[in-house]
Design a protein around this ligand. Structure first.
Ligand SMILES: Nc1ncnc2c1ncn2[C@@H]1O[C@H](COP(=O)(O)OP(=O)(O)OP(=O)(O)O)[C@@H](O)[C@H]1O
Ligand SMILES: [Mg+2]
Length: 410
């Protein structure tokens, strides 16, 4: 194909070889049947969308070095489970003037809404306010994983409705950098850019449409920054809890889950006085728990189930550390957990398992049940008591609940 100098693609994609690569993107209309119009945001670079039946792809024309950099950065974002567009490949092309250009190919983010659409369609009005939380949440997630965005704006974010909420995705990674240890300076810089860009985005929009009251041109950026600050503080807060109130650990995890973050690790260490535990949470990515749980226990569980059980294993480790008064690797705590919690639980569940019950799901339902009972009693009721109570509740019933919310106990 003339004009195409190199094409790097990931596995199982269309080969894109029928596209008129020798011509600048701006001149593609009329040259290929594959172009489609989608809802999209503003951009400095030429961006087109092509349909291959199995999926729609976005093509963006950039200088070669920038293309490769952005491609690598999108891969790094994907690898760490960040909400961002997914890269498919990149091309190096020569235009009729003999200049070399790059083309970045990303998979079109299905059901995504650019902010202008979100503002201009009346039915979407109820999502506008959530936009502040979604943007703050996205930036917190990126920063926790060590990504500096460098160009956070409404135009560089896509929104997706998700069970009544709004999730924000990064769409433009041209200026993004990844650091092993992202300092406060870089985070502050990103927030300054965010405030400035949001003001610009909203001022542009205010010139053509009426903005909803909650989104003032000059105050919205500051609102998002404050929302970011409170999320960041909540996530990184260290808390001390009395040893007898270990159910508070779950309370904190639930609070973070409710904010939309999953907890990868809970660090617990005895405080100097010995009767309290210092707790710090580490927030992480998709599927993190499932993999870690499988590596440690050899058991297979869903992401949410694995998360709950890992929390319990860490809680157990904290108790064991206190008992033996020295540190202990997680793998040793796992041996205790399997012997003292998992295996006895499976014995208690035997009647339900014989009925086709799923061990991990049942175990998690009992964890929930235990949490519920402990909260009600304001004391740790223990797993065995909760498991027996739970099995008694469902004895004789052909069906048992499959959701994680636990039985309705009054
Ligand atoms: N994979 C994708 N899925 C859905 N929409 C996309 C995708 N890639 C790009 N877009 C749309 O195209 C617009 C422009 O893309 P992008 O921001 O990457 O271009 P840009 O020229 O680099 O922007 P800037 O002017 O900020 O440098 C986005 O706002 C988004 O609406
Ligand atoms: Mg952009």
């Amino acid at each position: 194909m003339s004009g195409l100098l190199a094409l790097n693609l990931r596995q199982s994609q269309p080969d894109f070889l029928d596209l008129p690569f020798g011509t600048p993107l701006a001149q593609w209309p009329g040259l290929t049947e594959r172009l489609v119009e989608v809802q999209r945001g503003l951009s400095r670079h030429e961006v087109l969308f092509v349909n291959y039946g199995t999926g729609i792809y976005a093509l963006k024309e950039l200088p070669i070095a920038t293309t490769e950099r952005e491609y690598e950065m999108l891969l790094a974002l994907e690898e760490r489970g960040m909400p961002s567009v997914v890269p498919t490949g990149h091309a190096r092309v020569r235009n009729p003037e003999g200049e070399e250009q790059g083309i970045l190919i990303t998979r079109y983010l299905e059901a995504s809404l650019p902010y202008r659409t979100l503002f201009q369609q009346p039915g979407l009005a109820r999502y506008r306010e959530r936009l502040l939380d979604a943007m703050a949440g996205l930036l917190v997630r990126l920063h926790l994983a060590g990504f500096y965005w460098g160009d956070c704006s409404l135009s560089n974010t896509l929104f997706r409705r998700d069970a009544g909420e709004l999730t924000a995705y990064l769409v433009d990674a041209e200026t993004t950098e990844r650091h092993d240890d992202l300092g406060d300076g870089a985070r502050r810089q990103d927030l300054m850019i965010l405030e400035e860009n949001i003001t610009g985005d909203l001022a542009d929009l205010a010139a053509i449409a009426e903005l909803p009251g909650v989104l003032d041109v000059y105050e919205t950026g500051d609102h998002i920054r404050r929302r970011y600050d409170s999320l960041w503080t909540e996530i990184n807060r260290t808390e001390t809890i009395p040893v007898g109130e270990r159910w508070r650990i779950q309370e904190r995890v639930r609070k973070l889950n409710a904010l939309g973050f999953s907890v990868g690790e809970i660090e617990l260490e005895p405080s100097a006085e010995g009767d309290r535990l210092r707790m710090r949470t580490i927030v992480t990515d998709r599927d993190y728990h499932r993999h870690q749980f499988h590596n440690l226990t050899g058991l297979i569980a869903g992401e949410k189930q694995a998360e709950l059980m890992l929390n319990e294993i860490r809680e157990l480790r904290a108790t064991l550390i206190q008992r033996v008064d020295r540190s202990m690797p997680l793998s040793i705590a796992v041996v205790h957990w399997l012997r003292e919690r998992w295996e006895p639980a499976m014995a208690i569940f035997a009647p339900l398992l014989a009925n086709g019950g799923d061990g991990a799901e049942l175990y998690c339902q009992v964890l929930e049940h235990k949490w519920f009972l402990s909260e009600r009693a304001q004391a740790d009721v223990g797993f065995e008591a909760a498991a027996k109570d739970y099995v008694a509740l469902f004895k004789g019933k052909a069906e048992f609940p499959r959701d994680l919310s636990g039985p309705d106990v009054v």
